[in-house]
Design a protein around this ligand. Structure first.
Ligand SMILES: *Cc1c(COP(=O)(O)O)cnc(C)c1O
Length: 499
């Protein structure tokens, strides 16, 4: 009764306000459009491959800021159509580029619900239920990976943010002086180790952390694109002799180019003997650890001081959702916590502003938490195993085709290239290799422009390769079995331009 009375006294009608009736009508209409879009996603080209000019014209990109308000019904429907028809669809079953997954529909609903509640997951008091859901999500993610479930962790924007968060935790723990207060100049020169196959997060992290990119020791990989332990040990000895203070070794649980898994248990032992922080970038591949046939080296995840993972990759969460896990929650707190006079929050509960660089935080955990329950651990094991099997199938198809050359297969990434029949015998000769590199680069663009499939690329032992990565629960074997014909058809067309 009191609330009703209170409502009736409100006279303000704000320009962004909506009453329930309006919200319901617009919402139902939008959900209907989204449902139709998802049902027909495979009828769109994977990408419309339009020019920048065409996209800007459609948007009327140089229009000025509206001074007065606009009717939302027309704008929402126009915006939805604009996005559906002029986007690259990573939810398309034949999208195989980069490491970008299809978004689980329940995650779309989760983001809607999270925005509706608008929880500020920076402090427990501001988001009691949301904070506890995030705590549970972090624990479930650790459990999936076989990582200690009493670890610290938090959701961040993605793999880069997760890796940077972990490197900052390592820096505070291993520098040997109060680096947060005194800065980098107050102590010895620090250095970190990573293989040359490591994603560019490591440059950004070294930069953001004040170490500088010169502090990165790039170890040449072995012939399977993995960290070379002998080269790592040699570089370490050299640095110690030269007066550097090594603090961290970063391994990859699935490199971004070829999906190679570093020898994580050996790297963990190396770090333990030398009191170094062992970090694993598992943004792409760490969740493969739940699959029985995954590389044994993934068991080394359990030994890491910190792990970066990416729920917006192999957990199929809509962007953005990354997650940083740190074995000892105190190390996260020691890297980020300050206690300003304007916060008087209870120390007995999780206040996420204490564990990371953000202050106000959105509720990224919800979409992940919902999908983990929709599928369960068994559901994820099945989906990830199937993605891996589809990439293996592509490797087999490429290996069996007279005009394709299979190069690598790890986790759910396969690299291969088109080699015209008459050049097959001459592959390896410098001139032929140069031609094949140019040919496959053009072929990649040709496939993209066709809208029939989308690959990114890798360079494997100097060979420009088409790279197929499956983190896509919509892809099925039919979407893979059409690929050799498509690649060879367009490959012949591009090669036909040869003099
Ligand atoms: C994707 C990826 C990253 C970066 O993650 P974002 O979510 O794009 O920030 C880092 N490392 C690897 C191995 C990746 O695959």
């Amino acid at each position: 009764m009191a609330i009703m009375a209170w409502r009736q006294t409100r006279s303000r009608v704000a320009p962004v306000a909506m009453d329930g009736e309006q919200f319901r009508a617009l919402g139902h209409d939008l959900v209907e459009r989204i449902a139709r879009f998802l049902d027909g996603i495979d009828e769109h080209p994977v990408t419309p491959a339009e020019t920048v000019g065409a996209v800007r014209e459609l948007l009327r990109a140089d229009a000025g800021l509206p001074v007065t308000g606009t009717d939302m019904r027309a704008l929402l429907s126009r915006t939805a159509e604009m996005l559906f028809d002029h986007s690259l669809h990573n939810g398309h079953p034949r999208f195989y580029g980069y490491v970008t997954s299809s978004a689980a529909p329940v995650g779309i609903l989760g983001d809607l619900l999270a925005a509706a509640v608008n929880a500020n997951v920076g402090a427990w008091k501001l988001s009691p239920m949301a904070t506890e859901i995030e705590v549970q999500t972090v624990r479930w993610i650790a459990e999936l990976l076989g990582y200690p479930t009493d670890c610290g962790g938090l959701l961040v924007s993605g793999g880069n943010a997760a890796n940077i968060t972990c490197l900052l935790a390592a820096r505070a723990a291993k520098a040997g002086w109060d680096v947060r207060k005194q800065g980098m100049a107050a102590g010895e020169r620090l250095c970190v180790y990573a293989s040359q196959e490591t994603h560019t997060w490591v440059q950004k992290a070294a930069d953001v952390a004040g170490l500088g990119t010169d502090s990165i020791r790039w170890i040449a990989p072995d012939d399977r694109q993995r960290m070379d332990m002998t080269a790592l040990a040699a570089q370490y000895e050299k640095d110690v002799a030269a007066g550097y203070r090594p603090i961290l070794v970063a391994g990859s649980a699935g490199t971004v180019s070829t999906g190679a898994v570093d020898p994580l248990p050996a790297m963990a032992a190396f770090c333990r003997e030398r009191d170094l922080w062992f970090h694993v970038d598992g943004a792409y591949g760490a969740f493969a650890a739940i699959v029985e046939t995954a590389p044994d080296d993934l068991r080394g995840l359990a030994l890491a001081d910190s792990i970066a993972v990416d729920p917006h990759k192999w957990l199929y969460a809509p962007l953005e959702a990354g997650c940083a896990l740190v074995r000892d929650v105190a190390a996260l707190r020691n890297a980020f916590s300050y206690h300003p006079p304007y916060y008087s929050f209870d120390g007995e509960v999780t206040n996420y502003y204490d564990l990371g660089p953000q202050n106000s935080r959105g509720f990224r955990a919800l979409k992940v938490w919902l999908a983990l329950q929709q599928a369960g651990a068994d559901g994820y094991r099945e989906m990830i195993a199937e993605d891996m099997a589809l990439a293996r199938r592509m490797y087999e198809l490429a290996a069996a085709h007279p005009e394709l050359q299979a190069l690598t297969h790890n986790l759910s990434i396969t690299t291969f290239r088109y080699v015209p029949a008459e050049l097959r015998g001459r592959a390896g000769e410098p001139e032929t290799e140069e031609y094949l590199n140019a040919l496959n680069q053009k072929l990649q663009a040709e496939i993209e422009a066709s809208g029939e499939a989308f690959f990114s690329n890798a360079v494997v032992d100097g060979k420009y390769a088409l790279r197929m990565c499956v983190v896509n629960f919509r892809t099925s074997v039919e979407d893979v079995e059409v690929l050799p014909e498509l690649v060879v058809r367009l490959g012949r067309k591009v090669d036909g331009g040869r003099g």
